[in-house]
Design a protein around this ligand. Sequence first.
Ligand code: BG6
Length: 479
Amino acid sequence: IPVHPFDLVIFGATGDLSHRKILPSLYRRMLVGQMPAGSRLIGAARSKMTRAEFRKTVREALGEFVEAKHQKPEAIEEFLNAIDYVAIDATGDAGWGALAKKLDEKPDNIRAFYLSVAPALFAPIAARLAQTGIATPESRIVVEKPLGHDLASAKTLNAELRKHFHESQIYRIDHYLGKETVQNLMAIRFANALFEPLWNSHYVEQVQITVAESIGVAGRGAYYDKSGAMRDMVQNHMMQLLCLTAMEPPSKFDPDAVRDEKLKVIRALDPLKVSDTVRGQYRAGGGDGSYLDHVGNPASRTESFVGLRVHIANWRWSGTPFYLRTGKKLTARVSEICVVFKHPPHTIFPQVDTLRGNALIIRLQPNEGITLRVAIKDPGPGGMRLVEVPLDMTFAGTLGPDGDLPEAYERLIMDVIRGNQTLFMRGDEVEAAWEWADPILTAWEESGSRPMPYDPGSAGPIDVYKLTGSDGHLWREIA
Ligand code: BG6
């Protein structure tokens, strides 16, 4: 879909997110013709730099973070031509006049401000943008986690942003919502008649949501140790996956209709009991240091792994447990949602008990795709033996290699320009998710207990098996 010419101002343009994700994503969009002539990317950061110097850093970032097959010298030149730079003092006066002047050169361009900066700067920058008149009523402002540290700070942040911007102008990124398969979850559920009638506790035995990572926190220890897996992954990314899996069909595919339904899921969550949670912290191993080494804090009680058993108290889901787990330094990098269906009510085959049951597995990464596990007769003359096989809808097979799927940020940044908030979190969603997470974070802290150690390359601390095991269920292998 073509977009109107735009000016995207990236605050913190010299930082890691800008180099790794924002700029390469925009470059890839340009390659497919989605950056209309006259659009500009204006870097804004504290460093005193000329436009040429900033372009040089962008060129280096593209060299490092864009796949080799997309490194096209002419396209890179064209992209760099659209790049500008303003040195700005986020909390002082310097640079704001220059930014205003630059933007006024193209008054018809859509204005979007991406705050790729420390959260403490969100409110001061929002205020400056409004007070200087740089932000118009049509401008969009983009912020990204951490959106608060708890309910109180999230409320304060929302209130600060809303002093200067209307909710319809605020784009809160959760990059998981930009992932192709996450959007496909909505398509699978709401564009097919097949699944929805079965999508409830009468037919669904359990749901497992896994976001496993093989990397540790080395290099990000200072941020991570103040955050932990619950704040870093569960309150935001995993909560979004849970919502999209569990929500009622919205009446239309419209930002507020979708977000209203997600919000209802969060509000229907039963309060978490400590006994339904498992926290872990990885040990040293495989030639690498432990979590404590990586964060440089031998007394840290921050969790690098969380496992949860979650109950949704509504008609659709009452009685179906949702198991969530996420952690660093696990067996492999795997994100997936697995919906396990109940066994048939009556069995006519002898070894049905050895089958795991039908399951719909929505694979976010790697090997994006959707698989339906079904039982069939084991081919051959061996009698009526059953075997479970995947009905495979891996996108690599249907849509080309996964490298060709757009990156989450490509989709999300273009949605900002289009003014489509469907894949962005609304302020009330963020607050509701904190309201749910806060009591358990407090309970862990007050308990004074330490997370359970686990080996790097494992599936997490041993107790995580009890979460599913006590219901007679088994975690899927992380592979
Ligand atoms: C980020 C977290 O939001 O998501 C990181 O801060 C995590 O700790 C990352 O590694 C995972 O994202 P992805 O897209 O690699 O699954």
